[in-house]
Design a binder for this molecule. Structure first.
Ligand code: KG4
Length: 339
């Protein structure tokens, strides 16, 4: 008998549902929320309201595209956290009601594990190469910057993580200071392509071990800009490409230097990247250069699986389902979860 998993993701500002049959992705529907753009960031209350409006049509569409009836489902997998509580509650409550009405098990998924296992999403008739265990995964998103040792589908250890801001958060905030739009990541990426990465130097953190810190960089960027603006009120307009390129290069350098250290200490050459910031061209280029220089075998996810999506929740749920790792009906949502 086939194993068919419905995955549900609602941790931030994307409502998503996906169907996976015997490990193969049949559908992945994502409804993004444009409502936050004018606020320069995600507004939690608006996000949870939009999830409420989107969840039923998104799930229906995912089942329709997969050509699966709800009675055929083996289990419902959902993001239990981390994320915004009001957003998570919509997905968690929906998953509970749906699973109970169908009398099928529920599988809770840590959103961060989902980002890592996005590397195992298999599309029909597609020969994608997946990482071999054990591998390292640099997970960089709007809310997280972590280096994870992945020993098996359900066995991951965080070796290093940010002690303050995430890489994506720092880029987004610097972009906001420059008066660019939201989210800043893709804008900085685009401007950086035409700029000089060595034009400006910003502070890099000096933290021992494998942890990251990005709040100092943010402050350094802000103070430098404030000084330059005193001399030239149009400084940003005149130098935005160079500012973007230098900021991006600093973030990439911070991220890669710790990853390099972990790879060396753990003697691991299978290395993956995941999360929204892994879409960044500067990071992807540096990752490829590292592969060449250090003999790493690298894995870069398909663009659509770098940002939040339910396909990664469904694939993680699928492997947990195979282990019969189900969750009780009274499991709450968790806004903060570690691995
Ligand atoms: O948090 P995340 O994995 O998922 C979603 O919320 O969908 O990704 C969002 C983060 C934001 O900080 C955004 O600015 C960043 O990923 N991002 C990028 C790029 N595309 C998205 N950062 C740098 N370069 C990009 N091309």
């Amino acid at each position: 008998m086939s194993t068919i998993i419905l995955g549900i993701e609602s941790s931030c500002d994307d409502t998503s549902a996906a169907v996976i049959k015997d490990g193969v992705l049949l559908s992945n529907v994502v409804a993004s929320q444009a409502v936050h753009e004018s606020y320069g960031g995600v507004v939690p209350e608006l996000a949870s309201r939009a999830h409420q409006q989107n969840i039923v049509p998104v799930v229906n569409e995912a089942l329709k595209r997969a050509n699966i009836t709800k009675e055929e489902l083996s289990a419902v997998a959902f993001t239990r956290g981390p994320g915004l509580m009001g957003s998570l509650l919509v997905g968690v409550s929906f998953a509970k009601g749906f699973a109970r009405s169908l009398n099928i098990p529920m599988v809770d998924v840590n959103h961060l594990n989902g980002h890592v296992l996005a590397h195992f999403i298999k599309e029909k008739d597609e020969a994608t190469e997946h990482p071999n265990f054990p591998f390292l995964c640099l997970l960089v998103s709007g809310g997280n910057s972590q280096i994870i040792l992945v020993k098996a589908y359900n066995d991951m250890t965080v070796l290093g993580q940010t002690i303050d801001d995430a890489a994506g958060e720092a880029i987004d905030k610097c972009s906001k200071v420059m008066g660019l739009g939201y989210p800043g990541g893709p804008i900085i990426d685009r401007l950086a392509r035409q700029g000089n990465p060595k034009a400006f130097a910003f502070n890099k953190p000096q933290i021992p071990g494998y942890d990251y810190s990005f709040s100092g960089l943010k402050t350094s960027f802000l103070y430098s800009l404030r000084d330059y603006l005193k001399e030239d009120p149009d400084f940003i307009e005149h130098h935005k490409n160079d500012l973007a390129a230098s900021l991006e290069a600093t973030v990439v350098d911070i991220l890669m230097s710790k990853l390099r250290k972990v790879a060396k200490d753990y003697k691991i050459k299978e290395v993956a990247i995941a999360g929204g910031v892994s879409a960044n061209n500067g990071l992807r280029n540096s990752f490829r250069e590292h592969a060449e220089k250090y003999g790493w075998k690298i894995y870069i996810p398909k663009f659509s699986y770098t940002t939040d999506n339910a396909a990664m929740i469904a694939i993680t749920g699928y492997y947990k389902y195979l282990d019969k790792d189900f969750c009780p009906m009274d499991l709450p949502a968790f806004s903060r979860v570690t691995m």
